[in-house]
Ligand binder design. Structure first.
Ligand SMILES: *[C@@H]1O[C@H](CO)[C@@H](O)[C@H](O)[C@H]1NC(C)=O
Ligand SMILES: *[C@@H]1O[C@H](CO)[C@@H](O)[C@H](O)[C@H]1NC(C)=O
Ligand SMILES: *[C@@H]1O[C@H](CO)[C@@H](O)[C@H](O)[C@H]1NC(C)=O
Ligand SMILES: *[C@@H]1O[C@H](CO)[C@@H](O)[C@H](O)[C@H]1NC(C)=O
Ligand SMILES: *[C@@H]1O[C@H](CO)[C@@H](O)[C@H](O)[C@H]1NC(C)=O
Ligand SMILES: *[C@@H]1O[C@H](CO)[C@@H](O)[C@H](O)[C@H]1NC(C)=O
Ligand SMILES: *[C@@H]1O[C@H](CO)[C@@H](O)[C@H](O)[C@H]1NC(C)=O
Ligand SMILES: *[C@@H]1O[C@H](CO)[C@@H](O)[C@H](O)[C@H]1NC(C)=O
Ligand SMILES: *[C@@H]1O[C@H](CO)[C@@H](O)[C@H](O)[C@H]1NC(C)=O
Length: 367
């Protein structure tokens, strides 16, 4: 009975929509493609043909996606909803799309993401694009629970670039055990804490460029080592090249094969080290442990600065001497004359002393 009703519904759908195309959309049956691009649509249009495999509803004003949005579209494999104003994705919004492989929600304003927002019954989803899709960092908790509850074990590619993420909640990706590529470029991540990359054993590419990472302490290095197969991109981060960078610089030197842009990682602070490569800074800081523990590169550079200041003071002293050269000359002459008088007096005494007659006179006079 249920099969029969389903059949009737399917036939009705096929009959009613095969030849038609929703208003303001372009449909190509031969290419199995429907496009509704930049048409000011406020919601997903009704009447999308069942033959559709590639569905583009981009550049519109859609604000919400619910479980009723996509019905009877069993064959859709690629869905793009990029450049809309979607702020809410409800539970099971896409679960009618049994063969969905690629979902693009980039350039939206997701503020509310329900825990099973990305559930596709068949676990068929391979690629999820959430680039510039989150309204702000506050959405990250919703995101974390939806990545956990949406059964995304077959997901291969996740793009979370350009999202103002400040940190990654612990175990946010732990249910994405099939993930190969993770894009986190252009966020505001300041650290990789314990377990932020746990569960990604198969990861092949991790992009962390353009974040706010100043260094990777032991904790962060452990995370990077927890994705041993992944090639890494770490450039355009404000690395701080004080002693604290040392573990990272050593790790980097040993991991150059994995870090694709290892040569291009530059210090941003202190100012004296700006644009020095982190690898080179690592070689410089190796002395950190021999001096007292607090000593760092900034201290070394402050010694240089002190030397320059002392040299400058010396120069000023010489210059003052030069300006006073006349007075000094006079003094020197005076001094010389005085010396000469003393010397002559002394000489005279010696002459007297060495003349036996005179000495006799003086000694007898003394007596
Ligand atoms: C969906 O695709 C299958 C083959 O992949 C095809 O047999 C079927 O007719 C398609 N469904 C519709 C409604 O076009
Ligand atoms: C589940 O997905 C596979 C492809 O990944 C597809 O061949 C199969 O038909 C899907 N099952 C259903 C019930 O749609
Ligand atoms: C559909 O998505 C896949 C990735 O899952 C991609 O390789 C392919 O080019 C996409 N097709 C279209 C028409 O966008
Ligand atoms: C996600 O979408 C953005 C723009 O909409 C695009 O530049 C980027 O390449 C996409 N990511 C992936 C992994 O395809
Ligand atoms: C995100 O936006 C909401 C609503 O405007 C606001 O209440 C919240 O404080 C924002 N969070 C961050 C981290 O900016
Ligand atoms: C980084 O993301 C912000 C928005 O979050 C955007 O304005 C900026 O252009 C992006 N930068 C790059 C280099 O893509
Ligand atoms: C991270 O894990 C290490 C040991 O695995 C532990 O010593 C450290 O306290 C943890 N840090 C945090 C912030 O939980
Ligand atoms: C560092 O390099 C950037 C770009 O190459 C340049 O604009 C900047 O002036 C450099 N800063 C210093 C202190 O050399
Ligand atoms: C960097 O690694 C090379 C071997 O790959 C080693 O010879 C060299 O000593 C290392 N440099 C530092 C500063 O550890």
């Amino acid at each position: 009975m249920r099969d029969f009703t389903r059949g009737v519904v399917l036939c009705a759908l096929l009959g009613s929509v095969y030849a038609s195309c929703p208003p303001r959309c372009e449909c190509s049956e031969a290419a199995h493609t429907v496009k509704c691009v930049s048409k000011d649509l406020r919601s997903v249009p009704a009447g999308i043909p069942a033959y559709t495999r590639n569905l583009f509803i981009t550049g519109n004003q859609i604000r919400r996606i619910g479980p009723e949005s996509f019905k009877g579209l069993d064959n859709v494999t690629n869905l793009s909803l990029s450049n809309n104003r979607i702020s809410e994705v409800e539970s099971h919004a896409f679960s009618g799309l049994l063969r969905l492989r690629s979902l693009d929600l980039s350039n939206n304003q997701l503020a509310v993401i329900h825990p099973e927002a990305f559930t596709v019954l068949n676990q068929s989803l391979r690629e999820l694009n959430l680039s510039r899709a989150l309204y702000n960092h506050s959405s990250v908790m919703d995101l974390a629970s939806s990545l956990r509850w949406s059964s995304l074990g077959n997901l291969r590619v996740l793009d979370l670039s350009h999202n103002s993420l400040i940190y990654l909640p612990s175990r946010i990706f732990s249910h994405l055990s099939g993930l190969r590529r993770l894009q986190l470029a252009n966020n505001s991540l300041v650290a990789l804490h314990n377990a932020s990359l746990s569960g990604l054993e198969l990861l092949e590419e991790l992009d962390l460029t353009l974040n706010a990472l100043k260094t990777f302490p032991e904790e962060g290095l452990r995370e990077l080592d927890s994705v041993p197969r992944a090639s890494l991109l770490l450039g355009e981060n404000p690395f701080t090249c004080t002693c604290g960078i040392e573990p990272f610089a050593l790790w980097l030197n040993a991991s150059q094969a994995r870090v694709e842009d290892a040569d291009g990682l530059l210090c941003d602070f202190p100012a004296s080290m700006r644009n020095t490569s982190v690898l080179a800074a690592g070689a410089l800081t190796l002395g950190c442990h021999q001096r007292d523990a607090g000593a760092d590169l900034a201290l070394q550079t402050s010694y240089v600065f002190l030397g320059i200041v002392l040299g400058f003071i010396g120069l000023i002293f010489l210059f003052v001497l030069y300006l006073n050269r006349k007075g000094i000359k006079k003094r020197v002459y005076d001094l010389r004359d005085a010396c000469r008088e003393v010397w002559e007096g002394y000489h005279y005494r010696i002459e007297i002393d060495s003349d036996p007659r005179l000495s006799q006179v003086t000694t007898s006079a003394d007596v």
